[in-house]
Design a protein around this ligand. Structure first.
Ligand code: HMG
Ligand code: MG
Length: 319
């Protein structure tokens, strides 16, 4: 007997609805060595939207030599069939990236910064202070163009080179980034070392520092199997935006051990079990991830995809 959906049982103190910020097409694919054709990327994004996701980060306008997989950002944006009411944010590191994105008509961007010096240098070729200087005019330019600006705050729970990351440092860097005019932040556990108490404490510290709860999203990696527990802690703290990647695709090429984005299907299973609305059709999403796994030539790492796609007929019906 296979259950295709969890039994719904509500728990106290949780939101009625959660916004899933889907990162599979950007964070998921940026790590793939073999270049995925633009047409496949476009179909991936369109299928994610058809499965009910309403915020789908699409690509990056970073330096193509740094992330060759996403060198087709312009082409992808141009050929994408956009659905009304859907946000298609893109990642931009600097003014050059912002100009490229705005030129394609993009009006929703995400910048990224690290709490730690080592990752800042490896990911942006800048110290933390220099990265903030680089980001400031990007936020200004994007806001003047009417774009929303999310900021990823990376290495917020630990760093593979520097070890423990004090919460005060996270609050300090996040505060400076939000003061630039970012409209939301994504508290990112880049290497997946965070645990639920850490999440509770850090979200509370950020809120105490004056960052409104509704502007805080969370980005967990499942490297140590903590991602879903961390999501629950974040929801209990009042967070209502959660990042995840269809099929659990991806990681980050610039951080050791940054594998395993939280899989969207695993997240949806938990949220639907808790009676929390997501707008996502889990069956359509699983079929999308099975299709994408076929394109990449290896099975999805999502436990939910494995459980559902392995059942009779599902794999065959997943074209
Ligand atoms: P740099 O080498 O310092 O760049 O790299 P620069 O400003 O000195 O410029 C050098 C050349 O690059 C110039 O060209 C620029 O025009 C060009 P030249 O004059 O020599 O011919 N250039 C660009 N070309 C195209 N698009 C651009 C661009 N910018 C400069 N946007 C830079 C600095 C920021 C560009 C580089 O470090 C970079 O692209 N980094 C991106 C790394 C990346 O994508 N990392 C993955 C995303 S972060 C992540 O995954 C974590 C996250 O998911 C959350 C989490 O879990 O933590 C967000
Ligand atoms: Mg990630």
């Amino acid at each position: 007997m296979v259950m295709y959906a969890p039994q719904e049982v509500r728990a106290d103190g949780l939101p009625d609805r959660v916004t899933i910020y889907e990162v599979g097409a950007r964070d998921g694919l940026q790590n793939e060595k073999q270049v995925v054709p633009t047409e496949v990327k476009a179909q991936f994004v369109e299928r994610l939207v058809a499965a009910g996701l309403r915020t789908v980060e699409t690509t990056s306008f970073v330096h193509p030599a740094w992330v060759p997989q996403l060198a087709d950002a312009e082409e992808l944006i141009d050929r994408l069939e956009r659905a009304p009411g859907v946000r298609y944010p893109v990642l931009v590191p600097n003014l050059k990236g912002l100009r490229r994105a705005l030129d394609r008509g993009v009006r929703d961007v995400a910048v990224f910064a690290s709490v730690t010096e080592t990752f800042s240098r490896r990911n942006l070729n800048r110290s933390v202070a220099e990265a903030l200087e680089m980001i400031a005019p990007v936020v200004d330019g994007a806001r003047s163009a009417g774009a929303g600006v999310r900021v990823y705050v990376s290495m917020a729970f630990g760093d593979p080179w520097e070890g423990e990351v004090p919460r005060e440092r996270v609050v300090d860097v996040a505060g400076r980034l939000m003061a630039l005019g970012c409209t939301e932040m994504s508290l990112s556990d880049t290497i997946g070392t965070g645990t639920p108490g850490h999440v509770t404490a850090l979200v509370a510290d950020l809120v105490d520092s004056g960052i409104p709860l509704e502007r805080i999203g969370v980005h967990f990696h499942d490297t140590y199997g903590q991602a879903l527990a961390n999501v629950l802690a974040a929801l209990q703290a009042g967070v209502t935006t959660v990042d995840s990647s269809a099929g659990g695709l991806g990681g980050c090429n610039f951080a050791e051990s940054a594998t395993g984005n939280l899989a969207t299907e695993d997240l949806v299973w938990q949220l639907h079990g808790l009676g929390i609305e997501t707008g996502v059709d889990l069956d359509a999403l699983v079929r999308t991830s099975v299709w994408m796994a076929g394109q990449l030539g290896r099975p999805s790492v999502s436990r939910t995809v494995q459980a559902l796609a392995g059942t009779a007929g599902r794999q065959r019906g997943a074209a």
